[in-house]
Design a protein around this ligand. Structure first.
Ligand code: NAD
Length: 475
């Protein structure tokens, strides 16, 4: 297990360390090097030093290097998944799924590397215009704890394909998955300095260096809206390009013409992934009045089947939340709903798991969601389905759009016309119609409004790491 920084192809430590613990038990997992501004500066130096060589490699060479990294992630799937469960807590089956998902971004980027093309435009008499797309240069990636591998590869793959070099700062709670990717970058013979990884407990110090250095041309961030807002402010000094994948507050609409069994299964699948700690997790369930009771009964029945426990248990569907603050927030949301008159139909309490901390929230179903409740306004980030209702399509759309967030949204219907109308009316970057798991490597993942700027995935992400330049040539 790597625990030092990867800077310029070398593993380097320092005097300070940060402790990584198992969120289920608080058991010590590792002490990881904790970067100060000096190490972050060294990482930027390394990325800047490696830029010319990497940019100068052919598209095929870059593509093959990314492909080797993909192959190594697939080879080490089991080891990487176990490491992720240990530091992040998610059920092992989901951790394997995340490694597959993380690797798929590398596979896609390895193919996309050779499709970075320019254009020749018609111009005035005696002129030609050549449009070039060139890598932006040195990039930084800042990633969250909830998807410790995929949020890195979703940035790293396309950045490398575009000929950029990168400094990665993983979340302080989950640095080991990031360092394991760094180790595989070396084995994949990605040249020294092209990928640098520094962990730090002082995130602001990282930002100060990165945004203060004019060589860093792009920062890609996945995390909370609150931090995203701060980064927008910091980017002003050097006019740094930003991609921001921020928080969500996803609605889940069920129309009376829906396949209700599919909607019930979809609600449970979408909500309980990563114990609800996902930015695209549906948080507000609105069901048409005529089918609401049947929906609530169906979900209640499904929840009985979910097993809560440590992530390393093969038959577990709900693991621990990441820390005490997360538990406090989720329990606070449940309590607030109860106080404001909602009915807790299933769960609503902490589940005791032997030998573990009190971080396991039962799969919870709440009936009677209202607009003033915290669940209606904030990301819950926990295993709670809260159900409200609507009477017609117009009200459903109004409820769904009644949030400053705009990442993912979901609805169930069998009416083709409604599927189109509602998809067009929803103010979200992602719409899952009869589909609770819309994420995939080829799709343009991202949000509108307070959920972010830019898209990750597919060919769309390439524009985030490319500058467009034109050359006007007199002939
Ligand atoms: P967070 O914003 O607290 O932290 C995210 C990252 O930012 C971490 O690496 C953290 O160390 C770093 N950070 C914090 N302050 C910083 C600063 N001043 N300068 C530089 N870096 C700083 O978020 P989190 O709690 O780790 O993650 C959960 C949030 O992420 C949720 O809101 C979730 O919706 C969001 N998220 C969004 C997506 C998406 O694709 N839109 C995906 C996953 C998570």
């Amino acid at each position: 297990m790597k625990t030092q920084h990867l800077i310029g192809g070398k593993w380097v430590g320092g005097e300070r360390t940060l402790e990584v613990v198992d969120p289920a038990t608080d058991e010590h997992v590792a002490d990881v090097a904790d970067a100060g501004e000096g190490e972050v500066r060294a990482a930027v130096d390394a990325a800047a030093g490696a830029l010319e060589g990497w940019r100068g490699a052919t598209a095929a060479e870059r593509g093959r290097a990314i492909r080797r990294l993909y192959d190594l992630m697939v080879r080490d799937r089991e080891r990487l998944a176990a490491l992720m469960t240990r530091e992040q807590g998610k059920p092992i089956g989901e951790a394997r799924g995340e490694i597959d998902y993380a690797a798929s971004f590398l596979e896609w980027a390895s193919e996309e590397a050779r499709r970075i093309e320019g254009e020749i435009l018609p111009a005035g008499k005696g002129k030609r215009i050549f449009v070039l797309r060139q890598g932006v240069g040195v990039c930084a990636a800042i990633t969250p704890w909830n998807f410790p591998s995929a949020m890195i590869t979703r940035k790293l793959g396309p950045a490398l394909a575009a000929g950029c070099t990168m400094v990665v700062k993983p979340a302080e709670l989950t640095p080991l998955s990031a360092l394991a990717i760094g180790e595989l970058c070396q084995e994949a013979e990605i040249p020294a300095g092209v990928v640098n990884i520094v962990s730090t407990s002082t995130a602001q110090g990282f930002s100060d260096v990165v945004f203060g250095d004019p060589r860093v041309r792009k920062v890609s961030f996945t995390g909370s809206t609150e931090v995203g807002r701060k980064l927008i402010g910091m980017s002003a000094g050097n006019i740094v390009r930003l991609s921001l994948e921020l928080g969500g507050q996803a609605p889940f609409l069920v129309f009376e013409d829906a396949d209700l069994d599919a909607a019930v299964r979809g609600a449970v699948t979408g909500k309980f992934r990563n114990s609800g700690q996902s930015c695209i997790s549906p948080n507000r369930f609105y069901v048409q009045r005529s089918v609401r009771e049947r929906f609530v009964e169906g979900v209640a029945e499904e929840l009985g089947r979910l097993r809560v426990g440590r992530g390393d248990g093969e038959d577990v569907q709900i693991g621990p939340l990441i820390n005490d603050a997360a538990v406090e927030k989720v329990m606070g949301h449940i309590e607030d709903a109860r106080e404001r008159g909602a009915r807790v139909v299933v769960g609503g309490a902490l589940e005791k798991v032997e030998g573990c901390k009190d971080r396991f929230v039962q799969a919870t179903l709440i009936d009677g969601l209202e607009g003033a409740m915290r669940i209606s306004c904030e990301e819950t980030f926990g295993p709670v389905i809260a159900v409200g209702s609507f009477s017609d399509e117009a009200e459903a759309i109004e409820l769904a759009n009644g949030t400053p967030y705009g990442l993912a949204s979901y609805f169930y219907t069998r009416d083709a016309g409604r599927a189109v109308r509602v998809s067009e009316a929803l103010e979200f970057g992602i719409v899952g119609v009869n589909d609770p798991v819309p994420s995939t490597a080829q799709a343009p993942f991202g949000g509108v409004k307070h959920s972010g700027i830019g898209r990750e995935g597919g060919r769309y992400v390439m524009d985030e790491y490319l500058e467009v330049k034109y050359v006007s040539l007199g002939v």
